[in-house]
Design a protein around this ligand. Structure first.
Ligand code: WT7
Length: 574
């Protein structure tokens, strides 16, 4: 079958049957009519995601199917999800959590993670999901900057970050999921508190502009930025899930992302539930057999994943897909990195479906550019702007460039889920709007004559490894703490499987000699401190690193070194 035939079939029943028509008629106000607002225009995203479905037939519908890699499985209906999130909200309230307080979650993908994010929102607290691959320094930066009051974690993860509490004066309570041992001061058992908590909780009416969560993300320089989103985001989450994920009541939907990343929070939690969809959460590592058997066992119909796992599945070969009955799948989507045409062709071959690419960022809160189920795909393109979203390719002065010209990808502010602040850092927030009238994404791209957008690259030094956004500065600061390292510079190096890998150029202090053993030790040093997903796979020792007169490492030269190219203009160098 050809891609165009599959698209033709999809068009017959897609939620968004005609893209052009939808763009002409689209109005955010109309979307609001499909959601519940309280008096005075107040609202609560958690009420819309869970509670309101309990007033309809959906109350007994499955909201969450949870599985782990050891074969455990649990199911929760919307009614059960309401009861659990009400109890967690009461539990948090009992601990003294108030509207606007930060509740951080440093958890594996357990049901408690998903329900605690909803519960925090119910209460009006600001949730902070943290990827469980972070180590003590990664966690300390984020808890310190946000001044989190409560941390929900497991005893295993707590052990990993033991030493950091002394640096976190705002942290009052640690809630331990699955903790059986004796409790220290400021610690409580999640289960014991949950048992005690009362059943009913009325979702707090929120101003649409009240903060909902903070997700930390990286830029070229400085510490991670706390991207703040608000309850009003639900308008975008709801309608993009409906039009792009194409969710319907009979679907079983699986988003493979962790809620520590925007994809997991928005499309693995809020978006699908706002649509009353049944979703799967999987706590486990990537494994071709596990992934395919999960799809088969749960009859997954809509699958939102990323290029790296798709490339790994492709590399694992057809036998893995061939062993399973994957006929339930009807729609596959991807985000986070450029989606290679090869992957789409392979997917047509093994799943009988193309992969639909989507483009967005932590900051945009929801999909901005996408391939819609009923719109013809141009293999390799990110698709077209979501209805109601105005994207453009601009130059440095904000002039729109004609089709075919590469420039900065920018969006006209005004969509409901745009970031509202960088937590306590207005200057870094303003950087996104430095070109008058535009939100500047940091990506470069071009648009073709038919209005399709094509990704070119990042305009800055942000690294994208396996779809994870990593800032070079965070890694460099950990590297220079190592006793043998004098200077370190970090870049993303192109990699066929992971998109990019992290590469570090290192100058050693006097008295230390380069060796394979030292490289291994440095890798472990970064993994244990910062994060297991953000360490330099490749290390190259140099006598010294290229720097500007003010002492900044020139990454452009490092990139040229890596590719064996001439380093270009060196006039600013030391
Ligand atoms: C950056 C945003 C929340 C979405 C997941 C990542 C890159 C995202 C694509 C795509 C090529 C993409 C961009 C973007 N990116 N989608 N379809 N094709 N690149 O969110 O961690 O905030 O990273 O991911 O460079 O700026 P994020």
């Amino acid at each position: 079958m050809q891609i165009s035939e599959v698209i033709g079939k999809k068009a017959l029943q897609a939620n968004l049957a005609d893209y052009e028509e939808a763009c002409r008629r689209f109005d955010w106000e109309d979307v609001c009519k499909e959601l519940t607002f309280f008096d005075n225009g107040q609202m609560n995203i958690a009420y819309n995601a869970i509670d309101r479905h309990c007033k309809t037939w959906r109350k007994d519908k499955t909201a969450l199917i949870w599985e782990d890699e050891d074969g455990h499985r649990k199911e929760f209906t919307f009614l059960e999800a309401r009861r659990i999130t009400d109890k967690i909200a009461n539990l948090l309230k009992g601990l003294g959590v108030q509207k606007g307080d930060r509740v951080f979650l440093y958890l594996p993908r357990l049901p408690e993670l998903y329900f605690s994010v909803i519960a925090a929102a119910k209460l009006g607290a600001i949730a902070g999901p943290l990827f469980s691959a972070f180590g003590p320094e990664g966690v300390r930066d984020r808890l310190g900057d946000s001044e989190a009051k409560v941390l929900i974690t497991t005893p295993e993860l707590q052990k990993r970050v033991e030493g950091i509490c002394k640096d976190l004066p705002a942290l009052e309570q640690i809630l331990l999921v699955g903790g059986r041992g004796p409790l220290g001061p400021g610690e409580a058992s999640f289960e014991a508190e949950f048992e005690k908590a009362s059943e009913l909780f009325r979702a707090e009416p929120m101003d649409p502009e009240d903060p909902l969560y903070i997700l930390y993300t990286s830029g070229t320089t400085g510490r991670p930025k706390g991207v703040v989103h608000v309850h009003n985001d639900m308008i975008s989450y709801y309608i993009t899930s409906r039009f792009v994920l194409d969710l319907r009541d009979e679907d079983v939907y699986w988003c493979t992302a962790d809620p520590g990343w925007a994809t997991g929070t928005v499309y693995g939690l809020f978006g699908p539930w706002l649509n009353g969809a049944t979703q799967v959460a999987y706590e486990g590592r990537f494994d071709p057999d596990q992934w395919h058997s999960l799809i088969e066992r749960n009859k997954v119909t809509v699958w939102y994943t990323a290029p790296t796992p798709l490339r790994l599945l492709m590399a694992a070969g057809e036998p893995y897909a061939g062993r399973y009955n994957l006929k339930s799948l009807r729609h596959i989507l991807s985000v986070g990195e450029p989606l290679n045409p090869e992957v789409i062709r392979w997917s047509m071959h093994v799943y009988g479906l193309p992969v639909h690419d989507t483009w967005w960022q932590t900051e945009t809160g929801s999909m901005m550019i996408a391939n819609y189920p009923a719109m013809p795909i141009k293999v390799g393109s990110m698709g077209k702007p979501f209805p109601g979203v105005a994207a453009a390719i601009i130059d440095i002065e904000g002039n729109e460039l004609p089709p075919g010209h590469t420039g900065f990808l920018a969006i006209k502010p005004g969509w409901p889920s745009m970031l509202r602040q960088i937590w306590r850092d207005p200057a870094r927030y303003r950087e996104y709007f430095r070109v008058r009238g535009w939100y500047v994404t940091g990506d470069t791209a071009y648009v073709d004559n038919d209005g399709y957008y094509w990704f070119v690259g990042r305009a800055d030094d942000v690294i994208n490894t396996s779809g994870h956004r990593v800032g070079p500065y965070e890694i460099e600061s950990v590297l220079v703490e190592h006793p043998a390292i004098a200077e370190a510079g970090v870049i993303g190096k192109p990699d066929p499987e992971r998109g990019q890998i992290i590469k570090a150029f290192i100058a050693l202090k006097n008295g230390f000699d380069p060796s394979e053993q030292l490289k291994e030790e440095i890798r472990r040093f970064v993994r244990e401190r910062l994060a297991t997903h953000a360490y330099p796979r490749e290390i190259e020792f140099r006598d010294s690193l290229p720097k500007t007169r003010s002492g900044k490492i020139i990454r452009r030269v490092l990139k040229a070194w890596d590719l064996g190219l001439p380093p270009g203009d060196l006039s600013v160098m030391e």
